[in-house]
Design a protein around this ligand. Structure first.
Ligand SMILES: *Cc1c(COP(=O)(O)O)cnc(C)c1O
Length: 391
């Protein structure tokens, strides 16, 4: 914590504190893990719920030379806010906005002929006459987006080269995405790398000269140096969360969770034994006890699937969601303790004050930590700490 950090005492119903010093340190740790490659900080979906602009700025300060988003709208918003450098977006649908993307100097991803046709015709219409920066995406085995190897790739590469010779586009990258990088040793990993090298060679032999070739996401950045090529695209690791507990915890890679989610206990009351708690009465007090009301619910992104299982730390003790998570609130059995109303309930954080982590919530809800942080709703204010570069 730096001296200028505002104390986390604002009397808010709930808050997601975002530690930008932790984010910057994570970016530096990732750069050290992939020293031969540039780092793209993936800030899609509002930086996985952490807030796109402050996180993008902090990532750039710490040495990320690329920013990545899913949609063009997300990328355009970064550029409009003044983010410099390279910004790439990959989730396109017919209709664009290709022209806006070209004029904002974005790198756009093209997976098929329809997209190449649209981006080249947009390039003809731009005021500046600047070629579109196009990255061709190969499906090396994920079976989701990307161009299939073989005839499809041959057709796409050939057409892209012709558009490059016409001055309409510049092929800035060749790239792909892993299916199972979070399962080290999974046979698909080597198979995808082999296929990627073949598809790169095919394009390069025809004269494609990409600035960057890339396939690594966070798990590959952390565990698979041979996948780093010229650029690694790290998302979840930037936010200090391990892509999978199987490959280790954040500390094993020098990472620290960036988000701490807390709420202010709204009510503490005595109830008798045998008292049903929350909708459906799926919890009944085993004896006389105290209940605490935590004023966040599934509208705030607290998974309803964590009813009866989600952990929260109140007054230094772990408590468990009693009964159902409702839209705006849930209840915990305080076992007779009487913390003052307004006491901080920490749902998750880095874990070093003994609090649960986003990974703990993921386990409680039967999902992954990516989903826990990304779904924290807009009703929860993000409070940024350690914004200065000192940390
Ligand atoms: C989201 C995304 C990433 C980042 O994935 P992490 O596992 O969060 O690092 C990288 N590349 C693409 C194409 C993505 O959609």
């Amino acid at each position: 914590m730096t001296e200028n950090a505002p104390p986390p005492t604002a009397p808010l119903r709930a808050r997601a504190e975002i530690d930008l010093a932790a984010l910057r340190a994570n970016v530096r740790a990732l750069r050290a893990l992939a020293p031969g490659a540039e780092l793209m900080a993936v800030v899609k979906s509002d930086a996985y719920g952490h807030g796109a602009l402050p996180c993008a700025r902090a990532a750039v300060e710490a040495g990320a030379t690329w920013l990545g988003t899913a949609t063009p709208e997300e990328a355009l918003a970064l550029r409009a806010a003044g983010l410099p450098g390279r910004i790439m977006c990959w989730l396109w649908t017919p209709g664009g906005p290709w022209r806006e993307a070209i004029e904002a100097d974005l790198d756009v991803s093209v997976s098929g002929m329809w997209a190449l046709d649209e981006v080249t015709s947009a390039a003809r219409q731009t005021r500046t006459g600047t070629p579109a920066r196009v990255q061709l995406k190969a499906d090396t085995g994920l079976g989701r987006g990307g161009c299939q190897p073989g005839d499809d790739w041959a057709e796409l590469v050939d057409a892209a080269l012709r558009a490059e010779w016409e001055g309409l586009i510049r092929i800035t990258g060749l790239w792909s995405h892993f299916a199972c990088a979070d399962e080290p040793g999974h046979p698909s990993i080597e198979a995808q790398l082999t296929r990627f090298r073949e598809m790169l060679s095919y394009a390069e032999n025809l004269g494609v000269r990409p600035e960057v070739r890339h396939i690594a996401n966070s798990p590959a950045t952390l565990t698979l140096p041979e996948s780093h090529f010229d650029l690694v695209r790290a998302g979840i690791a930037v936010y200090g969360i391990s892509p999978s507990p199987e490959i280790g915890g954040p500390a094993d890679f020098g990472l620290r969770p960036v988000m701490t989610l807390s709420a202010s206990v709204a009510l503490v009351k005595h109830v008798p034994g045998g008292h049903g708690v929350s909708y459906g009465h799926h919890y009944t007090t085993p004896g006389e006890t105290t209940l605490g009301l935590v004023p966040v619910g599934y509208a705030d992104g607290i998974p309803r699937h964590a009813s009866g299982t989600g952990p929260v730390m109140i007054g230094g003790k772990w408590r468990t969601v009693a009964g159902r998570v409702a839209m705006d609130q849930f209840v915990v059995d305080l076992g007779g303790d009487e913390p003052a109303t307004g006491t901080e309930a920490v749902l998750f954080g880095p874990g070093d004050r003994g609090e649960p982590t986003a990974e703990d919530w993921a386990q409680a809800a039967g999902t992954i930590a990516y989903e826990i942080v990304t779904r924290i709703g807009t009703r929860v204010p993000r409070v940024y700490v350690n914004e200065g570069q000192a940390g």
